[in-house]
Design a protein around this ligand. Structure first.
Ligand SMILES: NC(=O)c1ccc[n+]([C@@H]2O[C@H](COP(=O)([O-])OP(=O)(O)OC[C@H]3O[C@@H](n4cnc5c(N)ncnc54)[C@H](O)[C@@H]3O)[C@@H](O)[C@H]2O)c1
Ligand SMILES: O=C(O)[C@H](O)COP(=O)(O)O
Length: 526
């Protein structure tokens, strides 16, 4: 039974998805204190939040059973992603479900800002009739500068165009072609700042975007510019905005998000030019249903080891590619594990070479699995989310290569490992109907099923060597299930690859190593 903890308000439709699942127990507890959250998360297999719950490194540390954190929405800045990645916890979001709602909310803020609707409403219901005080501006023919032309920015652009606004946009990932298709002028940040009558930000909050709109940016803006932020508090410096409104440079600002939420009695609220909503961009019935259903389905997929789409800390793998790579996953993990168990010393480098039909595919997900297979030998709780992070942290270089030649196999995965004490290599393939096979160990061709307890013996090709190994194992009651021998030259170096029925003790390995004809013995458990 998986326990899913929900700590922010989530639409019933999403909760029902989880409740309908016979393998899930749903625990919904909102408004938890930080201490209560630490206690609750310790029992959870998955955690679902919106923007309120702060999923700090401490929370992640306390969530010793956590497999996934789901964000019912887009922004994941309330989740410590590096901490989750280091612990191998998948973070997924629901990026599509609230796009329209947020674009519509931003548009509502745009019109409200242009026409002083909130100020006019407040004054009117107080019994005033100040028609001159609330004269606004038209949107028609005005320049809307969008910073961040992603999902929400793009939807906003088309709505603004319907109101005959000229849209210019800055987004480092915006191509000329896409801008043209959308009827948007691709601009630099400088251009947007200097030319726009309305500037709206729709980027995530990152190191690069924190205070992207600061004092220097305000100084370059048009007199009477109007500013909107329905993305994340902190993209616009609140102090700089305050000063720019006070100085008369900025005619008004519409804010749905704040550097600290809730913002309390914020100095900006003392300015009549500022209109505000309490982070309502995604607060529609439709958006909340969409994101709750999307994130619940994703969490169920992850808990059940099924394919999922929207991982924030794992590159997304198209479903079609996932299907193509699925058969190779076990082989990949076994190769990583096998190879590392044949090494000695500190691992420095792993080189994975894919050949044959695998060379045509994006094999990065398999490389992560190979890495997981290798690193799991040293560390517990490694998965393909944490494996690249852990490898990097330990200074292990990982390279992937593709070659077309696959030595008579339809495909081949070759894993080379370099330690501070030498090099080793293993190649494997999938045999039609027979499953995974190791077909090469260093320079020796073999045909080994990568499972169970294996013994890799490097010896001199001399009469009696094989017999000595057999009799020592026999003495100790270790049954040999299969055995293969390979050699390069008669009388030269050779290997024995044995499947044995039980795990080998250190003492037994030492007895084998002490034999004169034996160079090295490695017990490999797969
Ligand atoms: N107010 C709300 O309730 C609400 C609701 C949904 C989303 N959001 C927020 O809105 C923002 C946008 O969401 P989205 O779904 O459109 O995301 P998105 O990922 O589709 O779009 C973000 C865009 O920003 C661009 N970008 C990144 N760094 C940039 C930079 N330095 N300069 C300019 N552009 C940059 C990206 O290329 C991308 O195109 C996010 O911060 C999200 O958290 C707020
Ligand atoms: O990033 C988002 O999806 C929005 O900011 C929505 O946040 P919320 O789920 O707290 O409404």
């Amino acid at each position: 039974m998986f326990r899913v903890l929900i700590t922010d308000p989530l639409s019933e439709q999403g909760i029902e998805k989880l409740q309908e699942a016979s393998d899930v127990e749903v625990v919904q507890k909102t408004n938890l204190t930080p201490a209560e959250l630490l206690t609750e998360v310790a029992e959870a297999d998955a955690l679902i939040v919106r923007s309120q719950t702060q999923v700090t490194a401490e929370v992640i540390e306390a969530g010793s059973r956590l497999k996934a954190i789901g964000r019912a929405g887009v922004g994941v800045d309330n989740i410590d992603i590096p901490a989750a990645t280091a612990r191998g916890i998948l973070v997924v979001n629901a990026p599509d479900g609230n796009t329209i709602s947020t674009a519509e909310h931003t548009f509502a803020m745009l019109i409200s800002l242009a026409r002083n609707i909130p100020q006019g409403y407040k004054s009117t219901i107080q019994g005033e009739w100040k028609r001159k005080a609330f004269v606004g501006v038209e949107l028609n023919n005005k320049k809307l500068g969008i910073v961040g032309l992603g999902r929400i920015g793009s939807e906003l652009a088309s709505r603004a165009q319907a109101f005959h606004m000229k849209v210019i946009a800055f987004d480092p990932y915006l191509t000329e072609e896409r801008a043209k298709k959308m009827g948007v002028h691709k601009a630099s940040l400088e251009e947007v700042i200097q030319e726009a009558d309305f500037i709206t930000v729709h980027t995530p909050l990152t190191k690069e975007t924190r205070h992207l709109i600061d004092e220097a940016a305000f100084a370059k803006m048009k007199e009477g510019v109007r500013i909107l932020n329905c993305a994340r508090g902190g993209i616009i410096s609140e102090q700089a905005l305050y000063d720019a409104i006070q100085s008369g440079k900025v005619a008004g600002a519409a804010l749905d998000v704040f550097e600290t939420e809730p913002p309390g009695e914020h100095p900006l609220f003392t300015l009549p030019q500022v209109i505000a909503t309490p982070h309502l961009g995604a607060s529609t019935r439709e958006a909340q249903e969409n994101v709750a259903i999307d994130v619940s389905e994703e969490i169920l997929h992850i808990l059940r080891d099924e394919p999922f789409k929207n991982a924030v800390n794992l590159p997304s793998i198209p479903a079609e590619l996932q299907e193509k790579l699925r058969p190779y996953q076990t082989l990949a993990e076994k190769l990583g594990s096998f190879a590392v168990q044949t090494t000695e010393g500190a691992l420095e480098e792993i080189t994975v070479t894919y050949s044959g039909e695998l060379a045509e595919l994006d094999t990065a997900p398999l490389t992560r699995i190979i890495l997981k297979g290798a690193i799991s030998h040293y560390l517990s709780d490694v998965n393909d989310v944490s494996a690249p992070h852990l490898a990097k942290e330990r200074g292990i270089r990982v390279t992937e290569q593709k070659v077309s030649r696959s030595h008579g196999f339809t495909h081949l995965i070759h894993v080379g490992m370099k330690t501070d004490n030498g090099e080793t290599a293993v190649s494997g393939t999938l045999l039609n109907g027979l499953g995974s096979r190791i077909v090469k160990i260093n320079d020796y061709s073999v045909d080994v099923q990568p499972e169970g307890h294996l013994l890799l013996v490097q010896h001199h090709d001399r009469p009696g060597a094989i017999g000595q190994v057999g009799s020592i194992l026999g003495d100790q009651g270790v049954n040999i299930a299969t055995m293969q021998v390979g050699r390069k030259d008669v009388g030269g170096h050779a290997i024995m690859m044995l499947h044995v029925d039980k795990q080998m003790s250190e003492e037994l390995l030492k007895r084998l190593k002490d034999l004169e004809e034996i160079d090295d013995v490695k017990a490999i458990d797969l």
